[in-house]
Design a protein around this ligand. Structure first.
Ligand code: IMP
Ligand code: MG
Length: 182
């Protein structure tokens, strides 16, 4: 798909803020750190659906240690605002006792989702817990949450692309776009 500077999704316009090349370069840097941390280890990657599926696919293909990839189904957003309520639809993927666990998330916004996921995962007697997020909006944070590695810190504006959606649309965009307020 060609990269354009502006995309229109339904009623909203978004502008390019991260190119596929910038994203790929940063993911390689994070993967390198994880490859050092987990050399010769076996790790369970818990990818938070739906938003993290593209970040997970790109990050995991750079990892050189053994990875058991699982997908956690969570829902907490409607439109462009967080509902604040987190629901785990498939808790069976959280059978994590004695495992090194890496949570892979698309974005830590208010922090509510990551806070609640970590609370649940810590109760599973895991060997270690590492949180990797593609994006972080520090100015939106209302609940503190564990974050170990952030690919990109961004402004407190709604974004789409690279897995993130506006009402289900825009996830397939290979770049990241920010809402234009006009
Ligand atoms: P939280 O507010 O930190 O709990 O974030 C909850 C979820 O909302 C994230 O995992 C994303 O899936 C979604 N989300 C947060 N900010 C954005 C955004 O700017 N665009 C699209 N989805 C978002
Ligand atoms: Mg998410």
């Amino acid at each position: 798909m060609a990269i354009t500077d502006i995309v229109q999704i339904r009623d909203l316009r978004f502008k390019l803020i991260l190119t596929p090349e910038e994203i790929a370069k940063r993911i390689k840097q994070i993967a390198q750190i994880l490859n050092e941390n987990f050399e010769n280890q076996e790790v369970v990657a818990v990818s938070v659906l739906n938003g993290a599926f593209i970040f997970t696919a790109d990050l995991l293909r750079e990892l050189r240690f053994s990875v058991d990839c699982r997908f956690l189904r969570i829902q907490s957003y409607a439109g462009t605002r967080s509902s604040g309520t987190v629901h785990v639809a498939n808790p069976e993927v959280l059978d994590l006792e004695d495992k090194h666990v890496v949570i892979v998330e698309d974005i830590v916004d208010t922090g509510r989702t990551m806070h609640q996921i970590c609370e649940i995962v810590r109760q599973k007697k895991v060997k270690s817990l590492t949180v990797v997020t593609f994006l972080h909006k520090p100015d939106a944070m209302v609940v503190s949450a564990q974050i170990d590695y952030v690919a990109f810190v961004i402004e407190n504006e709604f974004v789409v692309g690279y897995g993130l959606d506006y009402d289900g649309l825009g996830r397939q965009l290979p770049a990241l776009y920010q809402l234009v307020n006009d």
